[in-house]
Design a binder for this molecule. Structure first.
Ligand SMILES: [Zn+2]
Ligand SMILES: [Zn+2]
Length: 274
């Protein structure tokens, strides 16, 4: 056997309360993480990214909120029409919490902390603190690369920092600016939910998590799940770049900001595989 290089494509197709979906694949195998973006848009955005024929072998779900799973049933039918049924991996708690209309065919259960083989890729999940039944985040291992999608958590945890530390590319939640949230238009109960321990990461908390989990391995960072009401890309970027600067890593990490209503251009990484 010989070592050969292969391109891995990561395309954040949508990020935020309007719908979440990220594609990760290497041309031979691929996954979608979450199914919260309208299926027609998923297909259009993949095609616009040059990934129209990219393989989709599994869908990895994080939790039952509709911005992560609302399009799952329709996506499952569309993927079946493309040629074959695709498993939707999730925890039992998530499966039990999905709105009946969104329940996809082909649910496969994984325990938080488990690993799922997807052809020659490995998808690994771990628990996160969020206000749903049994929420998880995913890392996908492609050859020598590890790609993490870590959103919808109320606070940084040691486990999540450890998982971030193993990532070459991380899609990481920078949900809100705390001042904007407190002074903004949301009702009191919603502000409490978002800033609570099982809500969403503020920019400051995301900076702390980044500090705790930053290693020289991290080369690409996508700021994700930004609130339209309570954050701006400029503010999220400022926290991320200040954090990287404090660690002397500013020039080493490419930073992108995910979009609510459109895809980011695909990010291509190179892996070496046997
Ligand atoms: Zn969400
Ligand atoms: Zn959520």
């Amino acid at each position: 056997m010989s070592l050969f290089a292969r391109d891995v494509h990561v395309c954040v197709l949508g990020s935020g309360s309007a719908g979440n979906c990220t594609y990760i694949g290497d041309g031979k195998a691929g996954v979608l993480i979450d199914a919260g973006v309208n299926t027609k848009q998923v297909m259009t955005r993949l095609a616009d990214a040059g990934l129209a024929d990219a393989p989709i072998d599994a869908v990895l779900i994080t939790h039952e909120h509709s911005d992560h799973v609302g399009a799952a049933a329709i996506l499952g039918r569309a993927l079946q029409k493309r040629g074959k049924p695709v498993p939707f991996w999730m925890t039992a708690g998530t499966a039990g919490g999905i709105h009946p209309k969104a329940v996809p065919e082909g649910i496969e259960l994984v325990e938080a902390g488990g690993t799922v083989p997807v052809r020659h890729l490995r998808a690994e999940c771990f628990p996160i603190p969020h206000d749903t039944a049994d929420p998880i985040a995913w890392r996908v291992h492609v050859g020598s690369l590890t790609i993490g999608v870590i959103t919808d958590l109320g606070r940084p945890t040691r486990l999540v920092a450890d998982k971030l530390a193993g990532c070459d590319l991380a899609v990481l939640e920078f949900n809100h600016d705390e001042e904007r949230l407190l002074n903004g238009p949301y009702p009191y109960w919603l502000k409490q939910r978002i800033k609570g321990n099982h809500g969403h990461l503020s920019n400051r908390q995301a900076g702390t998590l980044l500090s705790d989990g930053l290693t020289p391995r991290l080369r690409t960072l996508v700021l994700a799940h930004l609130s339209e009401e309570n954050n701006t890309p400029v503010e999220a970027l400022a926290v991320a770049t200040d954090t990287l600067k404090a660690h002397g890593a500013l020039g080493d990490v490419a930073v992108h900001v995910g979009r609510q209503h459109g895809a980011l251009p695909p990010i291509t990484l190179r892996t070496e595989t046997w």
